[in-house]
Design a protein around this ligand. Sequence first.
Ligand SMILES: Cc1cc2nc3c(=O)[nH]c(=O)nc-3n(C[C@H](O)[C@H](O)[C@H](O)COP(=O)(O)O)c2cc1C
Length: 212
Amino acid sequence: MPLPASWALCYHHSGMKRFIIGISGASGQAIGIKLLRELLERNFELHLVVSRQSLPILEQETGIKYAGTLDRTGGQLRGDVRAGVLFYYDADDMRAPIASGSFRTDAMFIAPCSMKTLSAVANGYASSLLERAADVTIKEGGKLILCPREMPFSAIHLENMLKLARLGVAIAPPVAAFYPEPKTIDEMVAFFAGKLLDQAGIENDTFKRWKG
Ligand SMILES: Cc1cc2nc3c(=O)[nH]c(=O)nc-3n(C[C@H](O)[C@H](O)[C@H](O)COP(=O)(O)O)c2cc1C
């Protein structure tokens, strides 16, 4: 018996959970990379888009050489992780599957999220693939998880975050906790990535949890 059309939309051919990861041009590129690798280890299907502005910052902060662009597999970002499936899209590729609501996903992350991308998402200004994918996620009632990074936040930034929070978007900035007693930057980054995974309901032990 054929599946009802609504079911066909809900289920993916690969049977794997499917996530979009956007990396924009804020500081904290390591958080996006850590998140990507954690998701890949879980054998998910990942769709990655990196904004133009983030590429030089990525190189500066993580040492990952982008040489003007990344290769089509996003291999440099994958690192040694061999498990999940990774699709990488050019930031201007508006014909990519993630630009359409007919392409079903389990959640989308933007980590780190710049104030410019935050503003675009809050105002439905979808001028890049990253912004369009976020716009689609909201219109489809999907789970959008943002890791906005700026210090301090202006009233404009806060209003944009409030607007999105009221729509059900998770606003999870990289605000450190000190109870896990982090000793290294890697531990801090793992904490931020773990909190983002928590928002998507993905079990993880990337950081020491408070047990009371
Ligand atoms: C080294 C560097 C660090 C930056 N860090 C931030 C940041 O933490 N937050 C932010 O909102 N913008 C930051 N910016 C500015 C953004 O890159 C800039 O606003 C850009 O237009 C964002 O474009 P995108 O959102 O399309 O990636 C930084 C720029 C540079 C060069």
